[in-house]
Design a protein around this ligand. Structure first.
Ligand SMILES: [Zn+2]
Ligand SMILES: [Zn+2]
Length: 592
């Protein structure tokens, strides 16, 4: 493992290293977020006492725009590897990728039972199906109200409303008081709150620290309830003259369940397009979350047999993913589904930041094909129609949880820094001062002791980038090269030289990709060839390595001056082997 990392997780100071390795003194508790702070994604946290570590969640992040070719990003688990023997369990709040995506990678190195809801564990099993393990991972199902007990931690699961079913928040009792981990949540619909006893748990004991989802801390009011989306879709379905094609997150089970119920109500057969959806739906059917009769479904190859106004297609691709069903329908390249006049396409999701361009491209293409496209926009809101609701609570939802739990300290988790800062403002409005709001980054070592809750130190974390089969073998340097390649192109220089006579026997030959249009830039290319040929005027060039390095730097600065671009330059000049051989043979004879 170690060879992949470029930094140590410890600061230079050996006392700090010793202290962190030692762990919290008996009776105190540490919380160390390893991901999910100052970012949305790769949620992971270590909860540590003197004798035990509990891991909460193990997610991945999908890459940023500045990480070309990277499939996903994992949390850095070196801290956990250092203290492997102390790890007693892995607790999962719910089955979203940003909470379970790194499980296959974690269980290869850490052997501890994994606790989660039935659905969460089913989703974990799908992930583990392709993972080869020495011992199978131990998966233990828990329900809301269940408690896991160990000397230092009692962890109780309580159910929360989110965009997936069977999601939990955690009530954690420790020697230093009660900690609440909100999980991903939004406020419960009013009718559920009244008959739900789970929230009453909060009032039993004082809460020392609330760690709260902060994803939507910038959004005002309460979050849109899922029922509102259902109502809107019901209205829209009633008015659609022809086929309905609807796209949502494959993992949004409550939404998909709602859509299927509406299909039954409006007497439309259901066709499922896309692998992600098929997997989720088959798990949901197995667990009896979805109880739609078998004869309601129609295979994609049979859809032409169903009248247009009796068909509903649920498709993947709400985020504009290029290989998804919606994208191929928008490109008019889907084998079975052609969209056109009379069809209604509903995008039941909002673009995740970074996906906007791809989503709107699909929407434009679908309009051009003649379809009516319904998607989240201010016009819809004006008509009081909602085709999507976030699974994360808005300001009022977040406020409600603070008021309900009345914690001594609050800490925004699951959010970018701006979301954490907005959460901070909510807490301040409720009377919290700076000392009682912990706005931390990944790697913070947060201690709960008699003196309160404070950040003691930081461990240094890196990002583990996963590219194809490689985990962690790609660093920022390789990424910079890829970016450079995309932005400035590449230039290869080949040729044969006679080092003794200090001249080119053949070449130098240039070939460029993505740098200049060679035919139109004859002048630049000629000058480049001359610059490379002149390299022998530089007396410091003695060996072939000197020559290749010299050419590389000369040509880089040449292009930088002439084109304002800094391409990757690869110089592969070779030596005239015949000359070289004669030379070495002579030497060999002399030696004899
Ligand atoms: Zn989630
Ligand atoms: Zn999440």
């Amino acid at each position: 493992m170690k060879k992949y990392y470029t930094c140590s997780i410890f600061d230079e100071e050996p006392e700090i290293e010793e202290f962190i390795k030692e762990g919290p003194p008996k009776g105190n508790i540490w919380i160390i977020p390893l991901g999910g702070m100052g970012e949305i994604g790769k949620n992971m946290m270590a909860l540590e006492s003197h004798d035990e570590i509990v891991i909460i969640d193990s997610g991945i992040t999908f890459p940023d725009d500045d990480m070309p070719g990277i499939d996903y990003v994992m949390p850095d688990i070196r801290y956990l590897l250092l203290k492997q023997d102390k790890i007693s369990k892995i607790v999962l709040t719910h089955g979203h990728e940003d909470h379970i995506g790194a499980i296959p990678y974690l269980v290869r190195m850490i052997n501890a039972p994994i606790y989660g809801s039935k659905l969460t564990l089913e989703l974990v099993k799908v992930k583990l199906a392709n993972t080869v393990l020495e011992e199978p991972a131990e998966l233990i199902e828990v329900n809301a109200g269940d408690k896991l007990q160990s000397p230092d931690f009692t962890i109780e699961f309580y159910s929360v409303t989110h965009s997936l079913s069977e999601c939990f928040g955690l009530i954690i009792d420790t020697p230093q008081g009660r900690i609440i981990h909100s999980g991903d949540f939004k406020a419960r619909p009013a009718d559920e709150v009244q008959d739900s006893s789970s929230y009453n748990v909060f009032s039993e004991k004082p809460v020392k620290l609330l760690m709260s989802d902060s994803t939507n801390a910038e959004r005002i009011g309460f979050s849109t309830p899922e029922a509102k989306v259902n109502e809107s879709l019901d209205k829209i379905f009633a008015e659609c003259p022809g086929r309905i094609i609807i796209s949502s997150f494959a993992s949004s089970l409550p939404r998909i369940k709602g859509i299927m119920a509406l299909a039954m109500k409006h007497k439309r057969k259901i066709c499922i397009l896309g692998k992600g959806l098929e997997t989720t739906i088959s798990i949901a059917k197995e667990l009896d979350y979805i109880t739609v009769p078998h004869n309601m479904f129609v295979k994609m190859e049979d859809i032409d047999e169903v009248p247009a106004d009796k068909l509903l297609i649920i498709a993947t691709g709400a985020q504009g993913e290029p290989l998804s069903a919606i994208s191929s329908i928008a490109n008019d390249s889907h084998k079975w589904v052609k969209a056109g006049h009379g069809d209604t396409v509903i995008i039941s999701a909002t673009p995740i930041p970074g996906n906007e361009a791809a989503v709107y491209k699909n929407i434009n293409s679908l309009f051009r094909l003649g379809a009516n496209v319904i998607y989240e926009n201010p016009m819809m809101r004006e008509q009081n129609l909602y085709v999507h609701a976030s699974g994360h609570g808005n300001r009022e939802d977040l406020k409600a949880l603070i008021l309900m739990t009345n914690p001594e300290y609050v800490m925004p988790i699951h959010g970018e820094h701006r979301h954490q800062m907005s959460y901070m403002r909510i807490a301040k409005e409720l009377g919290y001062d700076d000392k009682h709001i912990l706005c931390c980054d990944n790697g913070a070592v947060i201690e709960l002791s008699q003196d309160g809750v404070e950040v003691l130190s930081y461990i240094k974390l890196c990002e583990i980038l996963v590219d194809g089969y490689g985990i962690g073998d790609i660093g920022r340097a390789v990424l910079r090269e890829r970016l450079n390649l995309a932005e400035s192109g590449i230039c290869f220089i080949t040729g044969i030289v006679n080092m003794k006579r200090r001249e080119f026997v053949q070449g130098p030959f240039f070939s460029t990709k993505g740098l200049v249009y060679e035919k139109e830039s004859e002048e630049i290319m000629n000058d480049a060839v001359n610059t490379a040929s002149d390299i022998f005027f530089n007396n410091s060039i003695q060996t072939l390595d000197d020559l290749n390095n010299g050419i590389k730097s000369e040509i880089r600065s040449f292009f930088s001056k002439r084109t304002q671009r800094k391409p990757i330059v690869i110089s592969m000049i070779m030596e005239d082997l015949e000359e070289h051989d004669k030379h070495s043979k002579k030497r060999y004879k002399r030696h004899k």
